[in-house]
Design a protein around this ligand. Structure first.
Ligand code: DGJ
Length: 732
């Protein structure tokens, strides 16, 4: 890791262990992108890649061509209104109503460490000496706007962290209409674009398409990162696989509206940008005030998607997730949602806890329906007091009873919401997000609280905190079950309504920050109608996030494959549920459901008092498997071996210990194949010269054999069957 500036060549070089990112200054003024890719030690001869020498595109030589220059120059941070017609990162309006901005290089600073971003989730270094940050300051003298472009790198990571701070150094207000966080301009190399797309119960499926002329947009304007499109974008050279090809990826550390775009221009350059979605966004920047954009993580890999994945996983485990549970075993939980939905009481929950204990389950989580008069989903959000008809004697009585059965206790909240049928709404209708005179759109019979109001943040936080103070509660599932519409705040004035969506996200972050500060031992799991807010922003507060409401083992293969493309397995909320599956009606073997859930946080979501003896035996077996494998799954390197999405037959993934001493391989035979005797599976990431014993058979293989020749998975003629293979390094 190193950052240096070559005064003579006017080049900044940001190095990680295997990558270089090079920025050049043209004409002492324009900050341009020169190179991003495999590490280059000696930059001799690289400057012309800024392309300033190609007449007539040199503004200082021929000012008439400034517009042409702007539209071709590989900008580090593009702006609008001065001739660059490609996607801009920054749109600013002045009090005079004009929209133009041109940033000129002013200076730079190289800092030890990685500064935190106030009020926003951000990556961090555990020790200052293990990270470096370059801050390049640019200014538009005409409007008095300063932009500080920030680039951070860590000693042990190949990721590059980018964000931008805007400061109004003028005397007039400025209106920021768009402020993205990162831009990379490259030559077009016939890239393919990889995105994560889906829907409710079908989140984060990998989707590829060619990047051709024009703009390719991935975005959310729903107020959350969303079920549908994910704040991730990768450009891949042709033929990229898990192990080969160049990949340029961006992932956003933010949980609200976002846009990510790849644009091919008339000159065959590609611009890749990411940041807060500008639709409906406007931020008033008073003189001397500043605006901080969230961080974008950039990852370059020249060893395909697999290396990109492992770079993200390690970065998030080492430099983003703060929870004390990050490296700890998570309790095996049983959640009552698919077991009872709203139809439960103390007796029922205690019965579940009692049976769960017998099979090795360690925590009961009481889901939606314990408060107000909520017997279905049309009331009571905001009324966070216990429903004593269901839980006589109150929450503490229930918690004590569950604890007496030997289980820890967890609880569900949806603190950002307000039901029209609630005492809270009757008292404070002005606390709901809505537009005066327009009937607000209803989704799941609820409105969203206006978290731009400080007293609403205080109230909602206190509701959660006072419940947590009232009993011995170890875990919170923080849910969020609708998108934002009717964007209006009774608190903000006409000029600041455009700040609501971002202020909402800042309000969520503030509440969660308070929560993890007041309850440092709490295990927090975020959730949003399944996986609509599974993003890097939320991981700063919670070490795990509920991946999807679809708990079917086969549907989960694609969901978890897409999620694990960026996020460590230790983050993926995954449970074994009952069959036929409540979402797709599929019947799968209990063991397969367990093997798929073992690739995540692991737990159960079924009525254990009603399932068969055979399934109960399977739970006893699976909880033991979890105890055996949780450190490997949580801390290891993830390798994708085969994808059911591609081959339509089977799925296979592998987790290898960091010291290469063991590997766990999960194989799911989704569709059985006629006439198929055995399938050869080639592993990855092992020590070639070491020997590995397959625990299940005692067979010994060399690492080289396992990786080059492979081992045989014998035929199982049942659809949806699965197997685990545990390879342990041996001296033989
Ligand atoms: C959506 C979540 O994803 C489910 O697990 C459950 O908690 C329900 N909400 C409760 O309303």
């Amino acid at each position: 890791m190193n950052i240096r500036f070559d005064e003579q060549k006017q080049l900044f070089q940001i190095n990680t262990e295997h990558t270089s990112y090079v920025i050049g200054i043209a004409d002492g003024k324009y900050v341009g992108h020169v190179y991003y890719g495999r590490k280059i030690e000696d930059l001799t001869g690289i400057y012309p890649l800024l392309r300033t020498g190609e007449a007539p595109f040199v503004p200082s030589v021929n000012m008439r061509e400034k517009c042409s220059f702007a539209d071709t120059f590989p900008a580090e941070y593009s702006t609008s209104g001065v001739g660059d017609y490609r996607e801009s990162c920054l749109d600013v309006r002045t009090t005079g109503g004009h929209r133009a901005c041109e940033l000129s290089f002013e200076g730079y600073e190289i800092l030890e460490g990685k500064p935190a971003l106030a009020g926003l989730p951000s990556t961090f270094a555990k020790e200052a000496g293990r990270a470096k940050t370059l801050e390049i300051t640019c200014k538009d003298e005409c409007i008095g706007l300063k932009a500080v472009l920030s680039y951070s790198v860590f000693e042990d990571s190949d990721a590059l962290i980018r964000s931008v701070r805007l400061i109004n150094e003028g005397t007039e207000k400025l209106y920021i209409e768009k402020a993205l966080s990162a831009c990379i301009d490259m030559d077009d190399e016939n890239f393919e674009m990889l995105a994560l797309t889906g829907s409710w119960a079908r989140e984060r499926h990998m989707t590829k398409c060619p990047v051709t002329y024009g703009r390719h947009l991935i975005s959310s304007t729903k107020g959350e990162s969303s079920h549908q499109e994910h704040p991730f974008l990768a450009l891949m050279t042709e033929g990229t696989t898990q192990d080969q090809g160049e990949v340029y990826a961006m992932n956003f550390i933010y949980s609200g509206n976002f846009m990510a775009m790849a644009q091919v221009s008339q000159f065959n350059s590609v611009r890749m940008v990411m940041g807060i979605h500008p639709e409906g966004f406007e931020w008033t920047l008073n003189p001397n005030a500043s605006f901080q954009t969230p961080e974008v993580v950039c990852v370059y890999s020249d060893e395909g998607l697999g290396k990109m994945t492992r770079t993200f996983h390690d970065l998030y485990r080492e430099h983003l997730i703060r929870s004390p549970y990050l490296h700890k075993k998570r309790p095996i939980l049983i959640n009552n949602w698919e077991a009872t939905y709203f139809d439960f009481d103390t007796e029922k929950l205690v019965a579940i806890a009692r049976e769960a204990k017998k099979d090795g389950i360690e925590m009961l989580v009481m889901d939606d329906g314990w408060f107000g008069h909520r017997n279905n989903d049309d009331s009571s959000l905001g009324d966070w007091f216990v429903n004593e008809e269901k839980l006589p004697g109150g929450l503490k009585t229930l918690v004590d009873k569950v604890k007496a059965e030997g289980l820890a206790f967890g609880i569900w909240f949806e603190p950002e919401m307000i039901s029209p049928d609630s005492e809270l709404y009757r008292r404070h209708p002005e606390w709901a997000i809505q537009i005066p005179g327009r009937a607000p759109g209803m989704s799941r019979a609820q409105y969203v609280l206006d978290l731009s109001r400080p007293e609403v943040v205080d109230y909602a936080y206190e509701c959660v905190a006072s419940i947590l103070r009232s009993a011995d509660i170890s875990y919170v599932k923080w849910d969020m079950n609708r998108q934002l519409t009717d964007i209006g705040s009774a608190y903000l004035d006409a000029h600041t309504q455009g700040e609501l969506m971002h202020r909402y996200v800042l309000g969520v972050y503030e509440m969660q920050e308070r929560l993890v500060t007041e309850f440092p031992d709490l295990l927090l799991e975020n959730c949003s109608g399944g996986g609509a807010r599974f993003d890097a922003g939320m991981l700063y507060y919670s070490p795990q996030i509920w991946c999807s409401d679809d708990t079917d083992a086969i549907e989960r293969l694609a969901i978890q494959e897409g999620t694990a493309l960026i996020y460590p397995l230790s983050c993926m909320g995954a449970h074994v549920s009952d069959c036929p599956n409540h979402t797709v009606g599929r019947i799968t073997p209990f063991m397969t459901r367990g093997h798929v859930a073992l690739a995540g946080t692991f737990g159960y979501e079924l009525d254990i008092t009603k399932i068969s003896e055979g399934d109960r035996d399977a739970i006893k077996f699976q909880t033991k498997l979890y105890h055996k494998y949780h450190p490997l799954v949580r801390e290891g390197d993830y390798y994708r071996i085969a994808s059911y999405q591609q081959n339509h037959l089977y799925d296979c993934w592998e987790v290898v210990a960091k010291d290469r001493s063991e590997a766990l391989v999960t194989f799911v035979q989704v569709m059985s194949e006629p006439n198929f005797k055995s399938r050869k599976i080639r592993l990855k990431g092992l020590e070639p010269k070491a020997s590995y014993r397959l625990e299940e058979t005692g067979d010994v293989y060399s690492g080289d054999v396992l990786m080059r020749a492979g081992f045989l998975v014998r035929r199982d003629h049942r659809d949806f069957s699965s197997r685990l293979f545990h390879f342990v390094k041996t001296e033989e």
